[in-house]
Design a protein around this ligand. Structure first.
Ligand code: GDP
Ligand code: IMO
Ligand code: MG
Length: 427
């Protein structure tokens, strides 16, 4: 079976840390979508690692890691990640597998991302500009390049053809500064290096592993509210970030999905443009940003901060089929006198829990419930029973509303800074 861990909000829920922790109980960790727009942070002792393309299971020496066919790969960024991990003494290349069908991000995909985003002006998405949208566009338009293509005799010709098409398209937009020659040189060198890695047909690889009784964890990137179909379109990313994306992104059938572990912060953040009903554009929002170190792991941009949003979580729990919850960053709210949670929305004067069709045009007003702050340092707590009562009340009220338990509550960025609700956090 394949268990899934994915974000229930707008990304950056702490997936990297929790996957690294859970990976100890799995044989394989697999990324199924997204690309280097992701930034998954985890700590081993004091050392911080930020992974963009490589799955967060690499730090567990018995775990195999797969970059699935639903992922889009920038060879330059992947090589940098490999170098950073290798320099830190992490031995993982023998445990890393790449799906041949994963699509390639070309330097000109990044150029396209840049010129198209600039043309959007005020309505810009706030893309990470890693070429994600244009690469998935080419995949769907059926003229993309896959990483398995790098072994074809005419790869260079195919590359030049696609690059020329991109340059023709880019010429219709205002010019931007983009060091194409240098980027291209680095990219080609990276391609040569990647040829030495292990490539697989991920559908066979994963299904053979399932047959052999291996335990697999699929690691989501971004968050459910950034899903191309179900997120706050058009302020979304270009892949299916939800559970259904696991089937397409790894080549497994829906009946092979086991547990779906949904992860949320104790509050909510979003980076980039787009609607965010519970956003706090005030002192409180700034305090959360400061206490939570809410700055993008990929771009360094300040993240927008707000309260947790129950209608939003109910929606993403529904579309993902979530069976277990994880709450991260509970410690970030340690100093707050009062905490709020949106329990419903006010739309056209009526209370509702349904997210409107167009959240951008009609951003719903939250109806808040207040909770007493716990005013306690949580960071060294390891038992649920030792949590202060106001925190337990907060957690248990959310559970009643969401109708699912929080099996793990994370109280700091460190690997061991978490509280398991039951002995085995896995069902
Ligand atoms: P991801 O993209 O979902 O993996 O999340 P990011 O790595 O982008 O952002 C999460 C940030 O929160 C990282 O800096 C983590 O080190 C940090 N983090 C994760 N869990 C906790 C927690 O429980 N408490 C605190 N204070 N920080 C956490
Ligand atoms: P992880 O995996 C948070 C956001 C961008 C932008 C929109 C589209 O670390 O949670 P794109 O680069 O895909 O064209 O950007 O999606 N975004 C993320 N926000 N966490 C992420 O990944 C994100 N990946 C993309 O900020 O608003
Ligand atoms: Mg992140």
């Amino acid at each position: 079976m394949v268990d899934v861990l994915l974000g229930l909000q707008w990304g950056d829920e702490g997936k990297g840390k929790i996957v690294d922790y859970l990976a100890a109980s799995y044989d394989i960790v697999a990324r199924f979508q997204g690309g280097p727009n992701a930034g998954h942070t985890l700590y081993l002792g004091d050392k911080k690692y930020v992974l963009h393309t490589i799955p967060s299971g690499v730090f567990r020496t018995n775990v195999l890691n797969i970059i699935g066919n639903g992922v889009v790969i920038d060879p330059t960024i992947l090589c940098k990640e490999i170098d950073q991990l290798s320099t830190s003494g992490i031995e993982f290349l023998s445990r890393l597998y790449i799906a041949r069908k994963a699509h390639l991000i070309l330097p000109t995909h990044r150029l396209m991302d840049t010129v198209m985003e600039a043309a959007k002006g005020e309505g810009k998405i706030g893309s990470t500009l890693k070429g994600i949208g244009p690469t998935y566009t080419d995949k769907i338009a059926r003229h993309g390049l896959r990483i398995g293509d790098i072994f074809l005799a005419d790869f260079k010709e195919r590359y030049n053809k696609l690059k020329a098409a991109h340059l023709r398209m880019a010429s219709a937009y205002d010019a931007v500064d983009f060091p194409l020659e240098e980027e291209e040189r680095n990219w080609m060198q990276a391609i040569d290096r990647l040829k030495k890695l292990q490539f697989v047909n991920s559908a066979y690889f994963i299904n053979d592993a399932i047959k052999a009784g291996k335990k697999i964890l699929a690691e989501g990137a971004q968050g459910s509210m950034l899903d191309i179909d179900y997120g706050t379109y058009p302020f979304v990313t270009s892949s299916n970030t939800i559970t259904s994306g696991v089937c397409n992104g790894l080549g497994i059938a829906p009946n092979k999905i086991g547990e779906v572990i949904g992860i949320t912060k104790a509050y909510c953040t979003r980076v980039g443009g787009g609607p965010f009903p519970t956003e706090l554009e005030d002192e409180t929002g700034a305090s959360i940003r400061k206490a939570g170190g809410e700055f993008g792991a990929t771009t360094g941009r300040p993240r927008r901060c707000g309260w947790i949003d129950i209608p939003q979580l109910k929606y993403t729990i529904m579309i993902n089929g979530v069976t277990q919850l994880v709450m991260t960053k509970a410690d970030v709210l340690d100093d707050f006198d009062e905490i709020q949670a949106a329990s419903a929305y006010l739309v056209d004067g009526k209370a509702t829990e349904e997210l409107p069709f167009d959240m951008t045009a009609n951003c719903p007003s939250p109806i808040y419930t207040s909770y007493k702050g716990w005013k306690t340092d949580l960071t060294a707590i390891t038992n649920y029973a030792d949590f202060p009562l106001p925190l337990r009340e907060y957690i248990e009220t959310l559970e009643n509303q969401l109708e699912i338990k929080f099996n793990i509550i994370s109280v700091g960025p460190g690997r061991e800074q978490l509280v398991l609700r039951k002995q085995s956090a896995l069902a």
